[in-house]
Design a protein around this ligand. Structure first.
Ligand code: ADP
Length: 265
């Protein structure tokens, strides 16, 4: 009888071992798929700017180098291409860290109003180039303190504002507001009156490399990672991000943050 029992236990153990191994293999397969998919996307994203830069260099080598004006023009364009590559690689680095959960939040109390003002100052030129006005409700005479990772929230605000400029119409406006919500929360809204987003694209907007215009032909090409970076950062804070949009009316991206006691002092 004891032999039967131990046989039974052994069979159960073997079955459990096999089941565990199966789960392990399935997980590895999913990871492998993810890795392949990611690498495929990465090489695709890098190819366009790399070929552009190579194009300018080849033209220069082909004789364009002898003309000072053309030389300067092509070198400037090649440099723009390299700048874009650097920007993409930085975003790739960040998204990789965010997706493997390798990035620790460094929380501190800071004034969200001041942070938004700083991002405005940084993006003023970019907005002006496209004749877009950035407005911030100037009623905020009091600071509003939140507890969050300041650098990463700055990246969130910056990504949303950059998008509103990229997809905004000339002479358009982007408005930022901060509103109190219940339960010690604030909501930050970034609203533009730009091109808007067709309904069917909205559910996939936060996926990495997802773009409404997939052709890659537009002048304003980013890395396609901006919104997925935003979503990861907000979710790492256990907060929420929302989007509302209508074609040719505009878009509103908003996210919540936790206020600290300092705000009510
Ligand atoms: P990208 O580098 O392409 O801007 P994002 O992840 O930041 O990548 O955005 C994904 C896509 O969402 C964009 O390609 C664009 O189609 C759409 N999008 C983002 N923000 C806006 C906006 N404010 N107005 C219209 N479309 C937007």
């Amino acid at each position: 009888k004891p032999v039967t029992t131990s046989m039974k236990t052994l069979t159960q153990e073997i079955e459990k071992f096999a089941q565990d191994k199966k789960i392990e293999i399935d997980t590895l397969k999913i990871r492998e798929e993810y890795r392949k998919d990611f690498l495929g996307n990465v090489s695709h994203e890098l190819k366009t700017p790399l070929f552009t830069v190579q194009g300018y260099i080849l033209t220069l080598l082909d004789g364009a180098m002898n003309d000072k004006k053309i030389r300067e023009k092509y070198l400037t364009r090649a440099n723009k291409g390299v700048e874009r590559l650097i920007y993409i690689v930085k975003d790739l680095d960040l998204i990789t860290k965010l997706e493997v959960g390798d990035l620790k939040l460094e929380r501190e109390d800071f004034d969200i109003i001041e942070l938004i003002q700083n991002v405005f100052d940084l993006l003023e030129m970019k907005a002006a180039q496209k004749e877009i006005t950035l407005t911030f409700d100037m009623e905020y005479t009091q600071p509003i303190f939140v507890n969050a990772d300041k650098e990463k929230i700055q990246q969130v605000v910056s990504n949303l504002l950059v998008n509103s400029i990229k997809y905004g119409h000339p002479n358009g406006t982007t408005e930022v507001s901060v509103e109190n919500l219940i339960k010690n929360k604030v909501i930050i809204r970034v609203t533009d009156n730009g091109e808007g987003i067709p309904k069917q694209h909205i559910p996939r907007l936060f996926e990495r490399f997802y773009r409404v215009d997939q052709s890659g032909s537009r002048a304003e090409g980013g890395s396609g990672l901006g919104l997925s970076i935003v979503k990861h950062i907000i979710e790492a804070h256990d907060e929420k991000i929302y989007v509302e949009s209508e074609v040719e009316v505009g878009s509103e991206f908003s996210f919540t943050l936790e206020k600290t006691l300092k705000s009510s002092e």
